[in-house]
Design a protein around this ligand. Structure first.
Ligand code: CP
Ligand code: NVA
Length: 320
């Protein structure tokens, strides 16, 4: 018998909207179960006996802690794998590393500075591989962002999101989400930092309404949600020239005032106050950045249940 293909989570576009929706719904159900009781009585531990390998070759606070805590809350174990301390750091191939790890752990989260390494790991791994950020994309972040928008404002379909600043990895995953979740996305970036044309084309082919502009005010006008991110990602080198290119893309109170009166402000964090966002906006009434950070945990528990829970993965959010 051939074994079922592992449930990798590499890019949002590998999915249909319904599967992503089911993952988010399960995450929300588990969140309600845990928040709805003073102390969980007999928490179901659907991932008891399973082990997640967290392989992070770049710094992380949210991704590391949310996957680690989420896996434990579902009854599983986590081992932190630092690629620099593995034989990988001395030249062992990704192919061999993947085949060995597959014999030990039940799923792998990879954060890497090399987007091709993620595909390579997934190709050779017989257990699910989850994208924990590459220079190209950050799909788990967007699951949390959709959950956060919808908790505050209801269905995101048909609403307008403005992305301000760098057309980076988080922007790329947002563009894919626009097609899969049916929201309108306007991106304001400097010309040289526009998001990948291929991703924009893919989203538009599926009917997504994507607007590219260099004018932040045009992007934000009437928007239901304003999103930004650092001007210097982990895969970029910081330079005075780079910061200068983004100077007109700071999310200020004045810019937020052009959005819908009840617009949300989101940021995947870590933030650089005074660069991509002012303190006024970050700490202000529109900002939901810490709800957004918390939802990394909840969305990823839905994702872990999907990746590791087998055929009946959606049952693990059921009340006893
Ligand atoms: N937003 C996010 O992925 O944060 P970390 O880099 O701390 O994981
Ligand atoms: N765009 C940022 C996101 C950090 C979570 C980076 O890649 O560094």
């Amino acid at each position: 018998a051939t074994r079922a293909a592992p449930r990798h989570f590499l890019e949002l576009r590998d999915f249909d909207g319904a599967t992503l929706r089911a993952i988010l719904d399960l995450g929300s159900r588990i969140k309600r179960m845990q928040h709805g009781r003073a102390r969980p009585l007999h928490p179901r531990l659907p991932l008891l006996g399973r082990t997640l390998g967290l392989m992070l070759s770049k710094p992380s606070t949210r991704t590391r802690v949310s996957f680690e805590v989420g896996m434990r809350q579902l009854g599983g174990e986590v081992i932190l794998l630092s690629p620099a301390d593995m034989q990988l750091g001395r030249g062992e191939t990704i192919a061999d590393t993947a085949r060995v790890l597959s014999r030990f752990v039940d799923a792998i989260v990879l954060r890497t500075g090399n987007a091709a390494a993620l595909r390579e790991l997934a190709h050779w791994s017989s257990v699910p591989v989850i994208n924990g950020l590459t220079p190209h994309s950050h799909p788990v972040q967007i699951l949390a962002d959709i959950m956060t928008f919808e908790e505050h404002r209801g269905p995101i379909a048909g609403r307008t999101v403005a992305w301000i600043g760098d057309g980076n990895n988080v922007a790329t995953s947002f563009i894919e989400a626009a097609r899969l979740f049916g929201f309108r996305l306007r991106l304001a970036t400097p010309e040289r930092h526009a998001p990948p044309a291929e991703t924009v084309a893919w989203a538009r082919q599926g009917g997504a309404e994507i607007t590219l502009t260099t004018d932040p005010r045009e992007a934000v006008a009437g928007a239901d949600c304003v999103v930004t991110d650092t001007w210097v990602s982990m895969s970029d080198s910081e330079s005075a020239q780079r910061l200068l290119a983004f100077d007109a893309y700071r999310v200020t109170g004045g810019l937020m005032a052009l959005a819908a009166p009840d617009a949300l402000f989101m940021h995947c964090l870590p933030a650089h106050i005074g660069e991509e966002v002012t303190e006024e906006v970050f700490e202000g009434p529109h900002s939901v950045v810490f709800d957004e950070a918390e939802n990394r945990l909840h969305a990823q528990k839905g994702l872990l249940a999907w990746a590791l829970g087998g055929e009946h993965w959606q049952d693990c959010g059921e009340e006893e």
